[in-house]
Structure formats: C-alpha cells, structure tokens
Design a binder for this molecule. Structure first.
Ligand SMILES: [Zn+2]
Ligand SMILES: [Zn+2]
Length: 152
C-alpha cells in the first residue's frame, strides 16, 4: 500500500513505520508497512505450542514478500492462519483470513528493539513459572473475547 503524500521516505506523523525482516535461513525477506510501536503478548495454548513460548507480535498494516513461494501458512482456526518459512520454520505472522488484521512476530524483524509492551492476553492460560514485568493491561481469555464482542 503506498501513500503519495508520504513518498519522500520520511517517517509519518504517527509512530507507525516501515520495517524490514526475514527468516533465520534468509529464504524469506519482507517489508512491513504501518508497523505499530508495541508488542502484544499472547499466552494462549495455540500460540505457546506454535511458538514454543508466548507470542510477542506487532500489528502491521501490510506485508510484501520477496520469494513468497518460501512462505507457507498453517490454518490454525476457522478465522486465522499462521505463516512460516518452509525451509527453516521461522514464525513470521498471524493473520485473519479475511485480511482485516496481521501481526508479525517481533523476532522476525531485522531490528526488534524499541517496541514497548502494550498488553497481555489469555493471561489465565499462562504457565505459572514466568511473568512479564511492567504495568500494562492483562486480559483473561473471557475478557479478551468480550472486548471483541465474541462472548457476553
Ligand atoms: Zn527460512
Ligand atoms: Zn495466542
């Protein structure tokens, strides 16, 4: 997605940026636009199984890939899919299948310092042995689904 009023390459007024990233083996490289400034953390069982730990991911508005043939995606629910490198298995993104939301795994960016921690979801699924420090919203599964209007 391009915006003719921002074609001089300078940062936009808000804190959303364009960032590059890729996988461990180098087979996948991407450019993400509209990258948010903070992580969301998800402790749900699907994320912990897929990621090997809690998900730390950042909202983006768009992603363009070099060598998109090397990106595979796993349909993890009726509404979402999870993308990874078919060669090295690096976790890249989660997106709603209707295209309305994409998040990118923090470690997939070439530089992932500078992101703050916005919130944690599925806090009631978190194993007891670790905690993220800091004062930020922590939502249970029910609180999160309620915020989306999916449950009462
Ligand atoms: Zn790879
Ligand atoms: Zn999750």
């Amino acid at each position: 997605m391009s915006d003719a009023t921002h074609d001089n390459g300078q940062a936009q007024n808000d804190d959303r940026q364009t960032k590059t990233g890729g996988c461990l083996c180098g087979a996948v490289k991407f450019t993400a636009t509209g990258v948010g400034g903070d992580h969301g953390v998800c402790h749900c069982g699907t994320c912990r199984k897929w990621s090997g730990g809690p998900t730390m991911a950042i909202h983006v508005e768009g992603m363009e890939f070099e060598n998109e043939d090397n990106v595979k995606s796993y349909v993890s629910s009726d509404w979402a899919e999870r993308g990874f490198c078919q060669n090295c298995g690096t976790h890249l993104f989660y997106r709603l299948r209707d295209g309305s939301m994409t998040v990118v795994w923090a470690g997939a960016f070439d530089k992932n310092d500078g992101f703050s921690l916005a919130n944690e979801i599925y806090i009631d699924s978190k194993p007891a042995g670790y905690n993220f420090a800091g004062d930020h919203p922590r939502m249970t599964e029910h609180e999160f689904l309620k915020s989306l209007g999916m449950v009462e």
